[in-house]
Write a protein that binds this ligand. Structure first.
Ligand code: SAM
Length: 184
């Protein structure tokens, strides 16, 4: 199963009213999560963090980002058109913008460097459920990214966690999965 479908299944299980996402990107995952959550609560609060137009070649290299950049305004317009949730978007590096915050459901998928994921988790660890993208496992050839630099493996290994395996692969070798932990 793809990670996107697994995230929606988790929304179905936990029925959050408030959702935080680091790494909004184009906003499509936000819309999917909000729509899934609105089956259970009409009033959904969504708070998303991204570099938006502060992204650069330097941040792409530091955070192992290979995706296109989207602007704050375009993503905000998209979310306002596609949902009636109460939406808040925060522009900038989560290492500076993300402070301790509590929500029913957190999805950590912003910067992929170990340092940034660790920082984001530290700010979000009081959320009821925390889902990490970028838990890497080897592919059939034994290849996977260097988990001493990238991804959440090193962070969740010291926490009680569950892995939701996916069929999704990493360019350069490896599989990418979700990890789920409960808040403290
Ligand atoms: C993999 S994409 C997010 C995908 C989205 N969550 C989804 O499911 O479709 C990663 C996003 O994180 C953003 N990003 C990378 N490093 C960041 C940082 N340090 N602070 C905030 N956002 C960051 C990038 O601009 C990019 O839009």
């Amino acid at each position: 199963m793809s990670r996107y479908q697994s995230i929606l299944d988790l929304i179905e299980v936990f029925k959050p009213q408030s959702i935080v996402e680091t790494g909004v990107w184009n906003g499509q995952n936000a819309v999917r999560m909000i729509n899934a959550a609105q089956k259970y609560n009409q009033n959904i609060f969504y708070c998303g963090y991204d570099l938006f137009e502060n992204a650069s070649q330097d941040t792409d290299e530091k955070e192992f980002n290979v995706k296109k950049h989207f602007s704050y305004g375009d993503v905000m317009d998209y979310l306002r058109n596609e949902t009636n949730a109460q939406v808040s978007l925060i522009r900038g590096d989560t290492n500076e913008t993300l402070k301790p915050i509590v929500a029913d459901f957190a999805f950590i998928d912003g910067g992929h460097s170990l340092e940034t994921i660790r920082h984001d988790y530290e700010q979000l660890k009081r959320c009821s459920v925390i889902v990490f993208d970028d838990y890497y496992t080897p592919d059939e050839d034994g290849l996977m990214p260097d988990i001493s630099k990238i991804g959440c493996n090193r962070i969740v290994e010291n926490l009680p966690h569950a892995i939701i395996e996916s069929e999704d692969w990493v360019s350069g070798g490896g599989r990418v999965n979700l990890a789920v932990v409960f808040g403290t």
